[in-house]
Write a protein that binds this ligand. Structure first.
Ligand code: SF4
Length: 251
């Protein structure tokens, strides 16, 4: 029986995939995006968040059996509402064996994997056999900018995008709109060209900038240092995608 490390479970979520869902947030992420609004999800160990109001332990180990049991108790609600379970993070691929084991213990429940794509391709292939839908993040196409703003280059993410498109699993590409960084015409055009005609692509979701991104850094003992102007409005240029016949929206 495997154990996983989670930092939140959100029930009755309506923005994390189709229908009413329960989202499981796995703790630990190989990236460190400058705009990450869940910095407590990055460390792969439990940690204390310190606020003026007190302290809170973030990160709880749970067995696959316990987690699957909790999710299975909601199976009827998921069925009635076309919903299911979403595995998010952090980065779920860091705990792919645990997630795979949880899924095998689930009753007939729709499973969505929400990933940044940075993880072992073998683990990803294995997990893709068990999920119904994937949310796949693409942030920056330029490898150097990707390295600068997320801490890693994007070669593995682009390799895994190919793995995904060959898997037969439908997927949604999600692009966080960061003012002057990811929302540039050049970056969005490169993303559109890369995903055009990929088998399995359902649509692109452009995600508006989260203005409260920096709220939790101090509590997590981290420094909030965005190297961009948060106040600048983002450009959601849908036409770049629609011109290539790609279904796109702003979430
Ligand atoms: S991939 Fe997501 S969880 Fe990981 S650092 Fe980036 S924004 Fe945060």
């Amino acid at each position: 029986m495997r154990r996983g490390l989670i930092f939140d479970i959100k029930e009755f979520a309506i923005h994390d995939g189709p229908g009413i869902r329960t989202t499981v947030f796995l703790k630990g992420c190989p990236l460190a995006c400058m705009w990450c609004h869940n910095p407590e999800g990055q460390s792969a160990t439990p940690q204390i968040l310190r606020n003026p109001g007190g302290e809170r332990l973030v990160g709880e180990y749970i067995t696959s059996d316990d987690l699957a049991g909790r999710l299975n108790r909601q199976a009827k609600i998921f069925k009635q509402n076309g919903g299911g379970v979403t595995f998010s993070g952090g980065e779920p691929l860091m705990q792919s064996a645990f997630i795979a084991e949880v899924i095998t213990l689930l009753d007939d429940i729709h499973v969505l994997l929400d990933t940044c794509g940075y993880g072992s391709s073998d683990d990803f292939r294995h997990l893709l056999k068990k999920v119904d839908l994937v949310y796949y993040d693409l942030k920056l196409m330029d490898p150097e900018l990707h390295q600068k703003f997320t801490g890693r280059d994007n070669s593995l993410i682009l390799e895994n995008l190919t793995v995904l498109s060959q898997s037969g699993v439908p997927f949604v590409i999600r692009v966080p709109l960061i003012p002057t960084i990811t929302d540039t015409t050049e970056n969005l055009s490169r993303i559109a060209n890369r995903i055009q005609n990929l088998p399995g692509l359902v649509k692109v979701d452009l995600l508006p900038y989260n203005q409260s991104a920096g709220a939790k850094y101090e509590a997590a003992g981290m420094r909030w240092q965005p190297d961009y102007d948060e106040k600048k409005p983002v450009t959601a240029n849908l036409k770049i995608f629609t011109d290539l016949g790609i279904n796109v929206g702003v979430k």
